[in-house]
Design a protein around this ligand. Sequence first.
Ligand SMILES: C[S@@+](CC[C@H](N)C(=O)[O-])C[C@H]1O[C@@H](n2cnc3c(N)ncnc32)[C@H](O)[C@@H]1O
Length: 206
Amino acid sequence: MYQAMFRIIKKRNKKEKFIKSNWLDMSAKIKSSSIDVVIGDFVIGNMGGFENKFLKEIKRVLKIDGNFITRMHYRDKNKFKTADYYKELEKLSDMVKLKKISIKEASSYFAMKIIFSDKSRKVSISLHLEKIKNLVKEIKSKRDIIIKKIFKQFKKSWWLMKDKYWTNYEKKALEGMVKKHFKIAKVLYSHDYDMAKVSPIYLLKK
Ligand SMILES: C[S@@+](CC[C@H](N)C(=O)[O-])C[C@H]1O[C@@H](n2cnc3c(N)ncnc32)[C@H](O)[C@@H]1O
């Protein structure tokens, strides 16, 4: 995502404006029925209880034939499981060695595994501290340098967010909320990372 956005931004239209606002209330910055497309990547899980307000606000700013394109993850224990944390790191380490992903990507995939394979609706790294402590011991006792690097990067990029909570609804509950405000016109799944199995991209229409 980061790499794709970085490519796009180089060719950006000079008329584009940067606006900093709050998804839950953009009324001071964005007029109703004025926007063709809203794109939001993994945003609804951040709305913790305000999902309806969020969806209503997006609907408000969109033109009548506007589109909301958004990737949303849902909870499905059968499709997205965490086995053993160390085994997850071994799999990621192999991918790094094959140059399929970078250390930074591996650390994010690892964080996602920890956070989103949880069975609860509210998910957070802080719920897994005990398992992470044991993992640290295991990493120390082994010799895989790449695993050490992935874990170091995980701490650097994700530790500051360890107390943050996301909401991870089941698919039915998530789509039920969305359907109150939008028609689901298309659902696409990518296949290039594990969490993609539970993170479709939705094309939503008013
Ligand atoms: C999963 S990130 C996705 C970020 C971006 N789409 C990307 O791909 O880099 C979700 C982002 O939503 C931001 N966020 C959470 N609540 C928000 C709100 N009410 N208004 C605006 N942004 C919010 C978070 O700070 C976080 O940066």
